[in-house]
Design a protein around this ligand. Structure first.
Ligand SMILES: O=C(O)c1ccccc1NCC(=O)[C@H](O)[C@H](O)COP(=O)(O)O
Length: 215
């Protein structure tokens, strides 16, 4: 695994800790219904980790305003945004991640129109929520993904999944997105757990110890 995105951050001190833990990308949720909703600019924003803004069916103007306010590098779209909308956001100079909710079977026809219109896909679990459900889907369904767009694996990934992820070698998978299963409370991550997880999945020789995982 090459890349780890830690999503749903809000508190300055915690953002700094997670950045120091080695997160490549840090996500901020701009969806008011989320318990991780970011309503003001934190006192610290990551400098080394890339900043990702997560939106659900937000208007273009709101996204553009937030890109400027937070200095976003990437925009992640979790709603019913069209391929044209993705392309339009991309023209603002940010990379675009389009999220898809995966159920029992992988639907190639759903993702197909988005190739070339965004930079990455994110495969999350199909639930009644737009994201942050803490639910896992069957990763094997992604064996049916034939596209060329690189993707992030997401949905209920836990600290205990680090070992299994070392052997997850889908050619187009560039990394993982972690969120609720690393939380102490909504939007507050256990930076120690994040650090251990990153260490293990980026260095195949390392094993995570159960004491750290609290299992
Ligand atoms: O996290 C949220 O509350 C959220 C709400 C609405 C849209 C997206 C949201 N999160 C985006 C993410 O990238 C999450 O990390 C992803 O859905 C996985 O979350 P989890 O299942 O908790 O690991």
């Amino acid at each position: 695994m090459k890349l780890v995105k830690v999503c749903g951050m809000r508190e300055a001190t915690n953002i700094r800790e997670v950045e120091q833990a080695g997160a490549d990308w840090i996500g901020f949720i701009f969806y008011p219904e989320s318990p991780r909703f970011v309503h003001e600019v934190p006192d610290y924003l990551p400098r080394k980790s890339k900043r990702v803004g997560v939106f659900v069916n937000a208007p273009k103007e709101k996204i553009s305003e937030t890109i400027s306010l937070f200095g976003l590098d990437l925009v992640q779209l979790h709603g019913n945004e069209s391929p044209e909308f993705c392309e339009n956001i991309r023209r603002s100079g940010v990379k675009v991640i389009k999220s898809f909710r995966v159920g029992d079977e992988f639907k190639e026809e759903e993702v197909e129109p988005y190739h070339g219109k965004c930079d990455y896909f994110l495969f999350d679990t199909q639930t009644s929520l737009y994201g942050g459900s803490g639910e896992k889907f069957n990763w094997e369904t992604l064996l049916n993904y034939r596209g060329n767009t690189f993707f992030l694996l997401s949905g209920g990934i836990t600290p205990g999944d680090a070992e299994a992820l070392k052997t997850f070698s889908y050619p187009k998978c560039i990394g993982v997105d972690i969120n609720s299963k690393f939380e102490i409370s909504p939007a507050v991550k256990d930076a120690k757990l994040v650090k251990q997880f990153i260490k293990v999945i980026k260095n195949p020789g390392n094993k995570i110890d159960n004491k750290t995982l609290l299992i």
